[in-house]
Write a protein that binds this ligand. Sequence first.
Ligand code: PLP
Length: 386
Amino acid sequence: MPAYFDHNATTPLLPAAREAWLEATDRYWQNASGLYREAGAVKRKLEEAREELAEILGTEPERILFTSGATESNNALLYQLSRTQPDGKVLSSSVEHPSVREPLKRCFGNHVKPIPVLADTTLDEEAFQQLLKTESWTLVSAMAANNECGTLLPWKKLAHACREQGIPFHCDASQWIGKLPAAEFGICDYVTGSAHKFGGPKGMGFLVMQDEEETLSFLTGGPQEEGRRAGTENYPAIAAMIAALKETCELSPTIADQQSAWRDQFANNLVSKFPGARIIGAAAPRLWNTVMLVLPKHDNRKWLARLSDRGFAISTGSACSAGQDGSSVVLHSLGADHDEMRRVVRVSSGWTTTEQDWADLEHAFIQVSNELDNAPLQREKIRIKL
Ligand code: PLP
């Protein structure tokens, strides 16, 4: 049976999130800023949601701002810091998502120094420790888990090291939250999260701020969020996000080992069946749901098109993680050549993916491999039927 294996791109809305959204839309749709009883009820529900999120993240509710997603959170934070410190210097991992990399470029130009990754895709901690001492940095920004290969970055260590030096630390935790324990994110000065990565609605996210006074001037307008982020609060989406997060936080520890075992079995079987195939970051600590594979032959879009015809959704890395030349940021920072970049695929499972789903995907890969090997050697138009 076909299955969805692109959860790092987005996840389907969980039933609990849908229910929470419907209830909030029916009962708490008024504007939380209104001065009447029903609006007061929405405001109270909104603050309860903030408290629940704060508890999950191990932080204080006053530090949390609701946003339209991780892209807004990352942009707003970096824009804000560059406004207050226009000559600031930032240290950032070389494998960040474009929603961190691009605003960093725009706001801080060549005052951004990359923290390199090692050949196994883990962060070069020695280089980080050395770099940390070379400047009085405005910010260190490093993701918690990489969206392409799933590698976990040592964000707790980085947060503590930054604290010792008095340097603010930002963590884009979009791929971590909902999959792994989140209760220690309060140690970071800034944390980014996105609801649609853990079964919540799209267009909803949050930013944990350093303190309860800080505002974001990226969006100007009304005095919502205590004047710290303009725009009418989307309470139904917030309620749905919290419902999804509660469910995935409860579920993830119970399925993580099993899911990663099925993922490894799938990936190892393909590596042994396709000589020359390799897993990126195989030895690194990784998210339980993700595997990035470099296949030995054929353009990745040909694999995707044929797998899609069979009902399997996988990706070439991530729609929005492609480098400027359309290639993988992770492979780029590992120094991979252009040819390898054209052969990379990312497979990312979800909370309800079964062993059979993995076995079916493996079977489909083998069928597609045979088909591509036997396809006439002609320039083929790659057309993914949508
Ligand atoms: N950060 C990371 C690590 C991501 O994987 C993504 C989405 O792929 C984003 C940020 C952007 O998230 P959003 O779609 O909520 O803007």
